[in-house]
Design a protein around this ligand. Sequence first.
Ligand code: TRP
Ligand code: SF4
Length: 402
Amino acid sequence: MRSRVLSGMRPTGAMHLGHYHGALKNWVRLQQEHECFFFVADWHALTTHYEERGVMERYVYDMVIDWIAAGLDPEACTLFIQSRLPEHAELFTLLAMGTPLGWLERVPTYKDQIEKLKDRDLATYGFLGYPLLQAADILIYKATYVPVGEDQSSHVELTREVARRFNNLYGRGSDHDARVAAALAKLPKDDARYYERQRKAFGETGSAEALAKGEGMVRKAAAAVAGWSSDDGELLLGHLKGSGQTVLVEPQALHTEVLRLPGTDGTKMSKSYGNAILMRDEPAEVTKKVRGMATDPARGRRTDPGDPAKCPVWQFHKVYSDPATQQWVVEGCKSAGIGCLDCKQPVIDAIVKEQQPWRERAEAYLTNPKQVHWIVEMGTERARTVARQTMKDVRTAMGLNY
Ligand code: TRP
Ligand code: SF4
């Protein structure tokens, strides 16, 4: 069975090359192998930019157009907008009840961001709670994998803890004992007794050996016992550890190696720093931006040798150039055999070429915005089917389905 993948991005408007090489390229690859859900995290944008209105709608659709331009296929994956699914908010509220404050205060991005974004008042409830909202986004789709940057690892870790706690608190249900007894009754008597002995031992001493023996037993039953179901197996494996049934699934972060593309000034590429090359920049704009890029400061004059390791243009060559070109750069730079503008030309050519299919795909949607709205509409309804089912399970587990 294909695993489910979920990821989201805050709506920041038109995407730049950093977004493409840092995330989108990976999403495009994943959509072939997995069942993918990608969403616009517009509520997340409000956790830091709650005072801004009027830009959001444009940002949302500009971003989705670039997702599709990059190669996300609305037939192959599900594209949607967070705020269209109040189910995310419901799960967030329910999870909030039992989530210790300390878990949120300890998330490293919390203090970091407050430090970094000093010009904003982030002493808000929404900002503290935002990793929990992210946990709800992930858990509501029972996602197995979450492709995110390293900076988001702690959020996925929190999501796992939240899921574990939920399953422990609510995974038993009122008929849990009866279901365990029914599953045990399917086992040969000796095996059932053996299982109970291991479960007791593990519960009392935490013995890893007892746990392994018990698990081995359950796995053996799956192959040997007539009428055994995977639900029976899952139930007994959970019962063995004293945990409940898996209502919410613990996800795994998926960090693929990405080559970081710096901005034109050598710092992190970001639209707000004014150093970004956009996916949809015209060739003339790309040329201007790359020609203006910072280089190794040692190359003040054409005759001064330089070092690619100290030059942001080299980072682009690592992404865009073949080994022969890379060698030409290294030798030419160190010997002052080439000038920086010579060096930049293959990068310009490669970016313009890469952009060609993006421009063509984006064109269709820019002239017909209704089509993008329609794609998002379809995706939102597909997502809703899954989110609704999870909320049913969650309400039942919590005893709220009256
Ligand atoms: N917090 C992520 C970011 O700022 C965006 C995000 C929100 C997300 N919900 C998510 C990412 C769920 C992955 C899964 O980049
Ligand atoms: Fe950078 Fe190329 Fe100039 Fe060397 S020659 S400093 S790698 S732009």
